[in-house]
Design a protein around this ligand. Structure first.
Ligand code: ZN
Length: 272
């Protein structure tokens, strides 16, 4: 599942591809992504609109259109955007095609079909965006924020960092890496994380996300960039998916455990 660096990579690439182009028509092959339900309205709302910008909030892509309107997209498990010219043979996983004035096509492709597309005239009307926590790369991510919010939390630190209502954009891959570099055991309660440990978590959260964005994200299975290339950050992972491999720091085998039905990878020696 794409996490913040993968979505940010897609956003940057789409911004470069789309700015100034115009949607001439929208073709819907499968209605599942259209969460607001009305496919005719969706097509009508987007026809003739020009792309001004593409930005990100949490793992949502926000297409800014002119006259003012917003297309909000979430990739979920396997969603991806491809901008191509000319249109290759349509794949059976192409869900929605956006035909562009430049004669190119932006394809929303989604194997599992959990991805979503929504249209708003005002972003404040989107309930999805309202419930989100803070952006990890913003200055809002501070030790004070965590300590106030989580002082008496008994939830595992791994689970808390995955909670999109607290911090957005982090998933299994990056949280495993952040806790490894911070030398914190993933099952420790968030309330037990000390004054000197929160700054480490914050430092490595920012550092790992920035490095991952510089490497165009991590491709483990499905993630592809807009041009169908893969990300490169998987080469720098130290614990994720390394079950039984020796830890790069101490040589002890990396362990896999399951927390809330999701895999966590950690070094039992380095993370106590
Ligand atoms: Zn180790």
């Amino acid at each position: 599942m794409p996490e913040l660096p993968e979505v940010e990579t897609v956003v940057r690439e789409l911004r470069g591809e789309l700015s100034g182009d115009v949607i001439t028509s929208v073709e819907i092959f499968r209605s599942n992504p259209i969460v607001q339900g009305d496919c005719d309205l969706f097509q009508e709302q987007l026809r003739g609109r020009k792309f001004l910008d593409v930005t990100r909030r949490a793992k949502y892509l926000i297409f800014h259109l002119q006259p003012e309107r917003y297309l909000l997209a979430h990739l979920r498990m396997t969603g991806k955007f491809i901008v191509c010219d000319p249109l290759p043979k349509p794949s059976k996983h192409n869900r929605v095609l956006f035909h562009l004035k430049s004669r190119r096509v932006m394809i929303f492709d989604d194997i599992r079909c959990f991805g979503t597309l929504e249209v708003y005239d005002n972003l404040a009307d989107s309930k999805s965006l309202l419930k989100l926590g803070i952006e990890p790369l913003s200055s809002d991510l501070t030790s004070d924020f965590f300590m106030k919010r989580l002082a008496s939390s008994k939830r595992a630190i791994k689970t808390v960092l995955l909670d999109q209502k607290i911090v957005v954009g982090l998933g299994n891959i990056y949280v495993s890496e952040i806790l490894f570099r911070s030398r914190i055991h993933p099952q420790r309660s968030a309330g037990s994380i000390g004054k000197k440990e929160w700054p480490l978590i914050i430092k490595y959260t920012k550092k790992i996300l920035v490095e991952a964005i510089e490497n165009n994200g991590t491709t483990i299975s499905d993630f592809r960039r807009v041009d169908d290339k893969t990300g490169k950050f998987q080469q720098f992972l130290q614990v994720y998916d390394k079950n039984n491999h020796p830890c790069a720091k101490c040589g002890v085998p990396i362990q896999r455990i399951v927390q809330q039905q999701r895999s966590t990878f950690f070094c039992p020696e380095c993370q106590r």
